[in-house]
Design a protein around this ligand. Structure first.
Ligand SMILES: [Zn+2]
Ligand SMILES: [Zn+2]
Length: 213
């Protein structure tokens, strides 16, 4: 889907040299990622693997929706923090990218009424406050062990620095997020996800918030 959108991009429509350079960069990146995805996974760029995350408070973490009717609580450390630049997330978040913090399901609880929204399906369910319709969390079929919480809902949102960004093929060109891992598309396998989870666990240890730190 992202590839089709990127291919629609025409250099003739782009005005400045800077935009043309960006178009060229995206085209090269797209070509590489298409090549790689045939056999392995989306193009991945890793940088600053030794960079430490910002100092973060220890769990539990609490938060609320915009109107306060839904309150959330998490009692465990996060499993992964991420940014998604896909076109759906632009619309979903009404912003340039979405912010997600993944937690173990059994550490997550909430009070208040939520309703399903977004492009929910049998595979994915997105939950919103029934009153203010603030996006709260998502669950994915077959991944019941984790919940994808919208980072911005948490009181300590600023502490959950993103570890990985996804779908940079669809990134708005003026956005620059500092992350450790960058994927041009979505990771293609559970092995990719497990590698990210393992990497994040080590990274989180350096935040000072891990349970045994
Ligand atoms: Zn609300
Ligand atoms: Zn997305």
């Amino acid at each position: 889907m992202g590839s089709k959108r990127s291919l629609r991009c025409s250099i003739g429509r782009l005005g400045s040299i800077r935009q043309k350079r960006e178009w060229l960069r995206r085209t090269i990146s797209l070509s590489l990622s298409l090549f790689v995805t045939r056999s392995v996974c989306a193009l991945q760029v890793t940088k600053e693997s030794e960079r430490s995350p910002m100092v973060c408070p220890k769990p539990p973490y609490v938060g609320a929706c915009l109107c306060g009717a839904v309150r959330v609580k998490v009692t465990a450390s996060p499993l992964l923090t991420l940014v998604c630049h896909c076109r759906d997330c632009h619309k979903f978040s009404a912003s340039a990218y979405s912010l997600t913090t993944m937690f173990p399901s059994d550490s997550f609880s909430y009070t208040g009424e939520v309703i399903k929204g977004g492009l929910h399906s049998n595979e994915r369910a997105h939950y919103f406050c029934a009153s203010c319709l603030n996006f709260i969390y998502s669950r994915i079929e077959g991944a019941d062990w984790r919940v994808n919480l919208r980072t911005s809902v948490l009181d300590q949102a600023a502490s959950f620095e993103p570890f990985v960004e996804l779908m940079t093929d669809e990134k708005m060109p003026w956005v620059d997020v500092s992350v450790v891992h960058s994927f041009s598309q979505f990771p293609q396998s559970l092995d990719d996800l497990q590698t990210l989870l393992d990497g994040y666990a080590k990274w989180w240890q350096r935040s000072g918030a891990a349970d045994d730190s």
